[in-house]
Design a protein around this ligand. Structure first.
Ligand code: PMP
Length: 404
């Protein structure tokens, strides 16, 4: 099991006080804090090896390139991908999904084709597909969910037909915490030869992912949500698709040869990495993955599940509190509202107690529309959170209730 005191000591920001109160950071769904080893790695890179990658024959460039490519290897192993050719560095989940939406649709989607997403997607996994639909005259279809915030998977077969070209689906809902049965859905999709993209922005930091076992065609996540820097992310894609898809952007690094008559593309994965990438961010991601491996992703999963269950029981005991997202299989997120108290007021008052939660629509407006609400208060957990912090959230909510 986890030594929480030791883990908390690894994250310097958690030692802070805000408004003279100990910081209680429950906004991990938005972004996670960084362990000292990741911060040190970034400083180390800038003080010792900073140099543009893949371009120089000199010592620093070689060192930076080695570290960058080593990070790719760490990500490949972390996801159990078949090859580093399948691991593309992007700016984050959003760019990874946009890459697939743009490039896959260029190659495979024509007028009247259909794309399936789900009712609980983040805007990042809706809007890129809407742009495709507008450009290609294609149709967006939506897997519905029930009032517990679970996908109605029995409806998927009805949505699929000859025109379905891709299913893009979140693994864990950032607004509700629902863990979707992606393996079953991928299996069903593949029975109809339909590829599946998994948005793993909220899952890769909480549970073990094996892309070969899942057999997903694409998977996207963000470095900053998995204890690494901002501005870096991953697109995993099966080589068979990536080889067929045209480049997403043109520029340096993604070419083999360039002439005014014709240019040719670099092999995977560089074909999709145009321009100077956030190589220090990529190196920080490798370091974060090493840190997580040390702690153990299964230990993280078990500890966070216990924390979520504790928090759910405690918050549910408050009669005026309603939880949105009561799926049987959930992870790390509790979204709720307090009767007659606007979520912004509650969030602001919690903040004054040193408790950082997120309020609003969580970039999932269709989820809010489904429940007929303007937003929620969201507490999202990480493995450095404690039961004492959950107690403080509970006490804070009781104080707010009294105030109103
Ligand atoms: N998908 C989900 C499920 C998310 O939670 C987020 C971030 N909130 C994103 C996509 C977008 O991630 P990013 O902003 O890091 O690209």
């Amino acid at each position: 099991m986890l030594d929480i005191n030791k883990i908390r000591a690894d994250f310097p920001i958690l030692k802070q006080t805000v408004y003279n109160k100990p910081l209680i950071y429950l906004d991990n769904g938005a972004t996670t804090q960084k362990p000292q080893v990741v911060i040190d790695k970034i400083i180390d890179c800038y003080t010792k090896i900073n140099s543009n990658i893949h371009r120089g024959v000199h010592f620093l460039s070689e060192q930076a390139t080695l570290e960058y490519e080593n990070s790719r290897l760490l990500v490949k192993d972390f996801l159990n991908a078949a090859s580093t050719a399948e691991i593309i560095f992007t700016r984050g989940t959003t760019e990874a999904i946009n890459l697939v939406a743009s490039s896959f649709s260029e190659r495979y989607i024509k007028a009247d084709d259909q794309i399936i997403v789900s009712a609980m997607e983040h805007h990042s996994n809706i809007v890129p597909w809407q742009i495709v639909c507008e450009r290609k005259n294609a149709v967006l279809k939506v897997i519905p969910m029930n009032s517990s915030g679970e996908l109605m998977t029995e409806k998927i077969a009805e949505l699929i037909n000859d025109k379905t070209k891709i299913i893009a689906l979140t693994h864990i809902s950032n607004a509700l915490g629902t863990v979707n049965p992606i393996k079953n859905i991928i299996e069903l999709a593949h029975a109809h030869n339909i590829p599946v993209l998994i948005d793993a922005a909220q899952s890769v930091q909480h549970l073990s992912i094996d892309v070969q076992d899942l057999d997903c065609d694409f998977l996207a996540f963000s470095g900053h949500k998995i204890y690494a820097e901002t501005g870096i992310g991953i697109l995993y894609g099966k080589e068979k698709w990536l080889n067929e898809m045209p480049p997403y952007q043109g520029g340096g690094d993604m070419i083999k040869t360039v002439s005014f008559e014709k240019s040719t593309w670099a092999d995977l994965p560089l074909k999709f990495e145009a321009g100077t990438s956030n190589y220090i961010g990529a190196i920080s991601l490798g370091e974060a993955i090493k840190y997580i491996k040390n702690v153990g992703i299964n230990n993280i999963y078990e500890y966070e599940a216990e924390l979520l269950s504790y928090a759910t029981t405690l918050l549910q005991s408050i009669p005026e509190l309603k939880i949105y997202g009561t799926a049987e299989h959930k992870a790390s997120v509790i979204s709720f509202n307090l009767k007659n108290i606007h979520q912004y007021d509650a969030g602001t008052l919690l903040d004054k107690l040193g408790i950082a939660v997120r309020t609003g629509t969580h970039c999932a407006e269709p989820v809010m529309q489904f429940f007929g609400i303007t937003g929620t208060i969201r507490a999202s957990l990480a493995f450095y959170n404690t039961k004492q912090e959950i107690d403080a959230l509970y006490e804070g909510i009781l104080r707010i209730k009294k105030k109103f």
